[in-house]
Ligand binder design. Sequence first.
Ligand SMILES: CC(C)(COP(=O)(O)OP(=O)(O)OC[C@H]1O[C@@H](n2cnc3c(N)ncnc32)[C@H](O)[C@@H]1OP(=O)(O)O)[C@@H](O)C(=O)NCCC(=O)NCCS
Length: 151
Amino acid sequence: MSDTTVKIRLMRMDDFDAVVGIDERVLKSSRTAYYELKFEKLFNSKEYLPTSLVAEQEDGTVVGFVMGELYMGEYGISQQGATLDTIGIDPDFQHQGIGEQLMKEFMDHLKTLDVKNINTLVDKNDSQLMRFFTASQFRPSQTVVNLERIL
Ligand SMILES: CC(C)(COP(=O)(O)OP(=O)(O)OC[C@H]1O[C@@H](n2cnc3c(N)ncnc32)[C@H](O)[C@@H]1OP(=O)(O)O)[C@@H](O)C(=O)NCCC(=O)NCCS
């Protein structure tokens, strides 16, 4: 299925620019401040186990990423499970199986850490993401409801 050969590896602090760049191309707006906070939390705190991954080409160019959180409190891995916060594939590399590959490695990695469930929030109206998560075996949670109040 894949036209582009990629290697999946753990995300590093120096992937910051690549991640922000992909996110900007996907969303057509910049979220640098959001990622500054996120990277600070994930890479400079010992309370989170590394779970985030990137897909890189042979020349080292990062073309996709998945960011997750796995909180490791003083009692070990959180019973709440892990979250998948953001997934993004460079628009020039979408529909080549890279998202699927990233998701598979993300799941395999979490399984080795004995994580039992993964939560994520998706905009119901985002049909591309809804299709992707459904194909990746995510289902509406039976235990958690996202409540909101409009002001
Ligand atoms: C959704 C997204 C992650 C998918 O990545 P991708 O590399 O294009 O996806 P893949 O090529 O692996 O999957 C392509 C297709 O296979 C399907 N698929 C994925 N995993 C599958 C699986 N395990 N089994 C069967 N089908 C699968 C997908 O539903 C998708 O179908 P589509 O072509 O009809 O959309 C990507 O398009 C993206 O980054 N979109 C923007 C996401 C976004 O807004 N993120 C927030 C900001 S970064």
